[in-house]
Design a protein around this ligand. Structure first.
Ligand SMILES: CC(C)(COP(=O)(O)OP(=O)(O)OC[C@H]1O[C@@H](n2cnc3c(N)ncnc32)[C@H](O)[C@@H]1OP(=O)(O)O)[C@@H](O)C(=O)NCCC(=O)NCCS
Length: 191
């Protein structure tokens, strides 16, 4: 499990096209493709990952200074303004899952949306049956606000997507609580 001192050194690095093959390798099969991008029909290819870039405002690799890239994700604008940003196509290297990487990565993306882009809210969609991702987003402060059928040509009907969001005010309150916890306990926030 990552400790906060180690995690603090991780950074958001801009994604470059030559890294598409690396991201592809992290999405191991159709089941994982469904979780990461249900509207991308298999087989996933580097070219399809490049198509994702068309809608992305920014795409990032999450970089462990000791081991290199360990995650991929995007910030996308919902409309013409950056008022509402989406987090999309989040995936962590399978060898690094369950260690706190995803939570730190999503927290950094959210921070960037609120700080650098001055977004008012950040939204994402997750497959209802994706327990790991829902738990990760929940820990980052996202809350579900809608549920809708997942209808993709290559997938059977019957599955649902859950839309989750975090508002700027909620995020700031959460940051403040973490700060207070750190002062009182001398403990790292969120550990
Ligand atoms: C979803 C994903 C990004 C989460 O990243 P991760 O590094 O594995 O998650 P973390 O280790 O940071 O865990 C974050 C929280 O989720 C919980 N969690 C992690 N794996 C879990 C699992 N399999 N089942 C239930 N909860 C889980 C953890 O307990 C943790 O909560 P905690 O901090 O209170 O302990 C990663 O598992 C992944 O890439 N999955 C495949 C692709 C995918 O599903 N992408 C999401 C698209 S919406």
């Amino acid at each position: 499990m990552l400790n906060s001192a180690t995690a603090a050194a991780f950074e958001l690095a801009p994604f470059h096209p030559e890294e598409a093959k690396r991201v592809l390798d992290w999405i191991r099969d159709e089941a994982e493709l469904r979780l990461v991008s249900p509207y991308t029909p298999p087989p996933l290819t580097p070219e399809k990952i490049m198509v994702w870039q068309d809608k992305a405002l920014e795409s990032f690799l999450f970089r462990d200074p000791a081991a290199g890239p360990v995650g991929y994700g995007e910030l996308c604008a919902a409309g013409s303004s950056a008022e509402e940003l989406w987090v999309a196509h989040v995936v962590v290297d399978p060898a690094r899952r369950g260690q706190g990487v995803g939570r730190r990565f999503v927290q950094r993306l959210v921070e960037r949306a609120f700080h650098a882009h001055r977004a008012s809210r950040v939204i994402l969609s997750v497959c209802e049956d994706n327990a790991a991702a829902r738990s990760c987003y929940d820990r980052c402060g996202f809350r579900a606000f809608a549920r809708r059928p997942l209808r993709a040509e290559w997938l059977p009907d019957g599955a649902y997507l859950v839309d989750m969001r975090i508002e700027r005010l909620r995020w700031r309150a959460q940051r403040w609580r973490e700060q207070v916890r750190r002062w009182w306990r001398g403990a790292p926030a969120g550990e």
